[in-house]
Design a binder for this molecule. Structure first.
Ligand SMILES: NC(=O)c1ccc[n+]([C@@H]2O[C@H](COP(=O)([O-])OP(=O)(O)OC[C@H]3O[C@@H](n4cnc5c(N)ncnc54)[C@H](OP(=O)(O)O)[C@@H]3O)[C@@H](O)[C@H]2O)c1
Length: 208
């Protein structure tokens, strides 16, 4: 299966490594152009395709977005009707504090730039070093490190959950974008916690 990634830093770059290792073909874009992704291409071989954003959006119907939330303003508006956009972002400012959005969902800003997308919130709760190192496909899913997913489209969520399992983690559906964001956002009970799927499910059921 083909997967696209926008952002080639801590999260985007490590996801590319994990996905190529799991047998996926991956296209990836950063802000400076594909020629600046030579090192990663050399490391990952022929299943890693550096491109620009327009290229990666054509490459796959599943696109992982991993740039800074505040950098969304630098993007134009793309028409991506029907595509899945996996939103890994958290609304941090450059100084490390985060924007107070009140009751607004951070993913709404993503929806503004990717019109018609089915948005799935995932990979935003896990520190990049844990993402790189704590997957373990030999464990049963309930005992693996959790990567929660939220979204309003069940089929889109199940596609993302399959990817999460393919790279050695376990997914947990936290509900709609609105419901799931409460658990997954920077102040949520699942944010940056080293939990298994079973532990996270238990925390959610008592925290609801
Ligand atoms: N770091 C973590 O542990 C962690 C954990 C969970 C979630 N997150 C979230 O994941 C997102 C990425 O974090 P990160 O730590 O991976 O950031 P990072 O290492 O700074 O990487 C950001 C990437 O975004 C690219 N980028 C910026 N503007 C772009 C644009 N207009 N078009 C295409 N690419 C663009 C950058 O490309 P250039 O280098 O070419 O500018 C860079 O490859 C953030 O929203 C963060 O909150 C991070």
């Amino acid at each position: 299966m083909k997967i696209a990634i926008i952002g080639a830093g801590n999260i985007g770059g490590n996801l590319a490594r994990l996905l190529v290792k799991a047998g996926y073909e991956v296209a990836i874009a950063n802000s400076r152009g594909p020629e600046t992704l030579g090192e990663l291409a050399k490391e990952l071989g022929s299943n890693l395709h550096p491109m620009d954003i327009n290229g990666v959006l054509k490459f796959s119907d599943l696109v992982i977005l991993s740039i800074h939330w505040r950098s969304l303003d630098s993007l134009p508006v793309y028409e991506v009707s029907g595509k899945i956009i996996v939103d890994t972002t958290n609304p941090y400012k450059a100084d490390g504090t985060f924007y107070d959005l009140g009751n607004d969902i951070p993913s709404l800003k993503v929806a503004d730039h990717f019109k018609g997308a089915k948005i799935v919130k995932a990979f935003n709760t896990i520190w990049y070093k844990h993402l790189a190192e704590s997957g373990n496909s030999s464990l049963p899913v309930a005992k693996r490190r959790v990567i929660p997913v939220a979204g309003d489209d069940p089929k889109a969520k199940s596609k993302v959950s399959k990817i999460i399992e393919d790279i050695g983690f376990g997914s947990l559906d936290t509900g709609s974008l609105k419901e799931g964001t409460q658990f997954q956002n920077v102040q949520g009970i699942l944010y940056n916690k080293e939990l298994t799927v079973r532990e996270a499910a238990s925390l959610i059921s008592t925290g609801r």
